[in-house]
Design a protein around this ligand. Structure first.
Ligand SMILES: *Cc1c(COP(=O)(O)O)cnc(C)c1O
Length: 412
């Protein structure tokens, strides 16, 4: 195989150990592995001006992705997602410079496709023959779709409470799906056991090096869309934390490439629900590692991650950026979903609704100022969570005489 990527080596995130690239890796000391590039060589091969002529997909950052063999790329058309100014929602919250980066436009309706596009491409390049993952939400559907596209068998273990659409889409794409009477961590253990017993490859969050590289394109895109002038604050719905870790990595690489024009780096606000907030607890305690909370639950399925193996990377990224970890009240998630959906017409998922609540808290405490440039990531489409969307619709008896004024009052 020719080495066409700029990968220099891999690195154990916990101790910085250099690891051999271009062979199959899982974790190092049970912690995540990061991909490192020869960024001087990238700088010779690519500059921001050259990006102008490239297609509007995540593959425009090819030089900062780990795939060596172009033929291994598994793609469903991962479009650059729009960064949408939200003046009406911003006015309601007291933040006129509020933007939402709408990741719901990606294949399978969530940002999980960025990670899976690169991870499945690498799986194909490395010759893996069966992929497995635990998923409480969108990761399962995305893995199922990309595995189908790559023609690699896919096995998913989902908590019984996984949203119906996520279960259905995984089946639709031909995955072998198992429901587990437990949480994501219980599913994770089953995947580990099955992987050992049957030789499947474990695609769990941060248990292979490449999903993070795909998610990194969120940060690269955001930077390019803002002409390399990063915003003041980023609010990110944090479960396993891949997206936040990946964005911090993207900004580090862009800084080393000297492409950024902003004098300071954005403050990261990791947003969690009040009923599952291990990262918030660890942040407030000053801990480097998080502890699983008691009885974790939330309708924001992607945030129901009691223990994340990248916890220290999330907490490092928040602290280095001088941001915070914030918990918003679980019971108000539907209200925030509706607020964004009504004021701006966007299809905001419950996970990102948590960010709207967290933004209210940060504005009230003065952590985020009204004139800050603020970006919320909408990580998935609200339609994937039909269970959480109220659908009380008045029914009309079309044969009966209608009292129009009272009917209209009922519907509003
Ligand atoms: C998975 C998921 C998250 C959490 O993602 P991480 O980057 O792993 O923290 C947030 N929102 C949605 C919709 C998700 O599917």
């Amino acid at each position: 195989m020719h080495n066409s990527s700029f990968v220099s080596h891999l690195e154990g995130a916990i101790d910085g150990a250099a690891l051999t690239p271009r062979i199959v890796h899982t974790t190092h000391k049970h912690r995540p592995i990061l991909v490192r590039y020869d960024l001087d060589a990238v700088n010779l091969a690519l500059n921001p001006r050259m990006l102008r002529d490239r297609p509007q997909t995540m593959w425009r950052y090819r030089e900062l992705l780990p795939i060596d063999d172009d033929d291994a790329i598994v793609s469903l058309g991962e479009t650059v997602t729009p960064l949408i100014h939200c003046p009406c929602l911003g006015a309601r919250l007291g933040a006129p410079n509020l933007y939402i980066k709408d990741e719901s436009r990606l294949p399978t309706g969530s940002f999980k496709s960025r990670g899976m596009a690169v991870a499945v491409s690498m799986a194909k390049q490395l010759g893996l023959t069966a992929l497995a993952a635990p998923s409480a939400g969108n990761a399962g559907g995305a893995l199922a779709a990309y595995a189908a596209r790559a023609n690699i068998p896919c096995f998913l273990f989902m908590p019984a409470l996984t949203p119906a659409v996520n279960r259905a889409e995984a089946l639709l794409h031909g995955a072998n799906v198992f429901l587990v009477d437990g949480l994501i961590n219980d599913c994770g253990r089953l995947v580990r056991d099955a992987a050992d017993a049957l030789g499947w490859f474990d695609m769990s969050t941060l248990k292979e090096p490449y999903r993070i590289e795909g998610k990194k394109t969120m940060g690269l895109e955001l930077a390019e869309q803002l002409h390399w002038n990063l915003p003041d604050a980023i609010l990110y719905p944090t479960g396993g934390g891949t997206g936040l870790i990946a964005m911090a990595k993207a900004f580090n690489e862009l800084e080393r490439l000297r492409w950024l024009t902003s004098p300071t780096r954005p403050r990261f606000y990791a947003c969690q629900s009040s009923t599952c907030k291990p990262i918030v607890n660890a942040f407030l305690n000053g801990d480097r590692f998080a502890k699983p909370p008691d009885n974790p639950h939330t309708i924001a399925a992607g945030l129901c991650v009691p223990s994340a193996i990248g916890d220290f990377l999330i907490l490092d990224a928040i602290r280095q950026s001088r941001g915070k970890a914030l918990a918003a009240q679980e019971s108000r998630i539907p209200e925030w979903m509706a607020l964004a959906s009504r004021t701006e017409g966007l299809s905001l998922c419950p996970e990102s609704a948590v960010c709207v609540g967290a933004l209210q808290l940060a504005l009230a405490s003065g952590d985020i100022r009204p004139d800050d440039r603020i970006v919320i990531f909408n990580t998935a489409a609200a339609q994937k969570y039909i269970e959480t969307i109220p659908a009380d619709i008045p029914v009309i008896d079309h044969n009966a005489p209608l009292d129009w004024p009272s009917l209209v009052n009922k519907s509003t």
